[in-house]
Design a protein around this ligand. Sequence first.
Ligand code: NAP
Length: 253
Amino acid sequence: MNNSEINAIEMPVAIVTGSARGIGLEIARVLGENGYRIMLSDINEAGLETAKADLIAGDMIVATCVADVSNGEDAEKLTNSTIEAFGRIDLLVNNAGITRDGLIMRMDENAWDLVLKVNLKGAFLMSKAVVRTMLKQKQGAIVNISSVIGLMGNAGQANYAASKAGLIGFTKSFAKEFGRKGIRANAIAPGFINSEMTAVLPDKVKEQMLAQIPMNSFGNPRDVANAVVFLASNKASYITGQVLTVDGGMVMS
Ligand code: NAP
């Protein structure tokens, strides 16, 4: 075994779901910049390959696995592929998330079920799949990407708000079950982050949102990624079961 192979084995390993683009890809990039080996995962196969090439061009160690987080078999496949590629799992970032917006009176059951299945059940399935490995290692961290909408609700997003509030309850329960085993879980609640999801909103809606943000600007994916790196790191070694808002002061508890 040469020196670079030995060094690679010592580098921590992170799985980031929904990392073909957007906030997930930026989380993967910033983790790579901070010395992690990355398992990129998404349902978008073509997007994953582009993302992988992008990170490898930055000298990062990257593998990919196409997986739908809402499917239990896929969650197992992603976990096993990560072990095969890198031999360990130090961090899981449950980032994959979707919206199917609509007022409650008009929201059909499919829109409700799908959002809960991806955003909440997906995090449960992935956490359950990786925790066996983390237990063997006697250490590990999970960061769940929730939303300020899960803290404050939003007209037209009852399904999304319920999924993101549920994710916070799941995070706290996980933290209580596994704290004594050396495995931590925290949630991040981003506010309004510049992304493809938010770029399509009408200017009037953006102006209304800006008016609610004390720092008077929207966030960037890197703001969320930096918070993930902190919560995953030893600098947060006594922090578990918490929700860190990254929102320019929009929600203050
Ligand atoms: P995005 O641009 O829509 O990216 C989400 C990624 O997840 C896409 O690549 C998507 O694939 C993938 N995905 C969708 N369903 C999946 C599934 N079942 N399994 C695996 N991957 C799946 O979203 P984003 O804006 O980066 O948001 C990332 C996370 O941050 C989400 O959890 C979101 O709720 C949360 N968040 C975002 C904001 C914001 O302002 N953007 C604010 C608060 C919280 P496709 O391309 O095929 O759809």
